[in-house]
Design a protein around this ligand. Sequence first.
Ligand SMILES: Cc1ncc(COP(=O)(O)O)c(C=O)c1O
Length: 403
Amino acid sequence: MTRQDDMLRTAKEVQLGNYAPAPFVLTHGHGRRVTDAAGREYLDLSGGISVLSVGHSHPTLAAAIAEQAGRLMHVSNVFYNDRAIELAEAICARTPFDRVYFCNSGSEANESLLKLARRYHHDRGETKRTGFVSTFNSFHGRTMGSLSLTGQPKYHKGMAPLIEGVRFIDFNDLSALDRAVTDEIAAVIFEPIQAEGGIIVATAEFVEGARRICDERGALLLFDEIQTGYGRTGAFLAQEHYGIAPDACSLAKGIGGGFPLGAMAVTERFAGGLPPGSHASTFGGNPLACAAGLAVLRIIDEEGLIENARAQGEYLAARLAEIDARLSTTAGVRGLGLLQGLVLADEIDPGATIAALHAAGLLLTLAGGDVIRISPALNVTRDELDEGLSILERVVAEAPTKP
Ligand SMILES: Cc1ncc(COP(=O)(O)O)c(C=O)c1O
């Protein structure tokens, strides 16, 4: 038995069975490449599901984490720390938001949005305004609040009762949104691109209409930019493509480049929504995570990664469209920047196709059940995209059909 087989056997014995990982154990990563315990190298165009904004083990990020670890890791939220102040200032400088709250994950960032919206209205005497409008097919996380906003029944199975007052509408259905936003709605939340739901881009009409309806009816407009933010779509935040700013937005994934970090960014008008003592996180805003966040921003700037995401994203979308036109096993391409999805034809087995891609040395993930998601690090090169796309085309051309 090889060392990798041994580790896989142990994993099955000691790790909870809530995931179904691919049958290899990754031990090293550099740039857009990872290596498993058997020494096999893979090209990673999954970007750790939109997390690895600067690739694996970027030396500047690794050095910033090591330097901060040797200086100050944690102080608790009873004290200010320099790194959290610097990172909040840097995020405010790049976005329409005025204040930032740090946490550790995307789900937590969305919990914060929920609490901000409810408490804001409560403190203004609008105690009936406790509901939320979310969208079918959305993904906002797995904690009870964020799960309650997630519009995919499969994730709700066996988890009831969820939080009350969440209404779901079809994504991009403005008239449904218009009907749903009553005087009992605290906030409307959606992703500018439904990512886990299968890479579905919001229409300008929906985004603009949502802003107008929320303004007219006194509900907050909240964006979940956990997967779309931090340069992934070729803009710092995806909302820039629409020229619309929500009242608050959640960030996570790419913000720490692989280090656990989440954030809620809020405009001044709603920033008082969470007064002292109303919300907190033990690790949120710790100097180590914030030093990682600062290093990610520095690398994004120094290496021009938003421009790279835009340019490589356009190239990727064009090449995927060509592949889609050549193959009968695919059914379209959707996305923005470096968040692209290749839709598999109905008869194709998505799980077996992903497994075949992994076996061919290319790491990608599924979104929405039947969409191959390509979300590489923002510093991916054209050569790496070409290499990955040629594996992708070869494997998907021969993709196994459903049993
Ligand atoms: C749009 C979106 N929101 C929220 C989450 C949840 O983030 P986390 O897994 O860090 O809690 C995810 C994770 O995939 C996501 O894609």
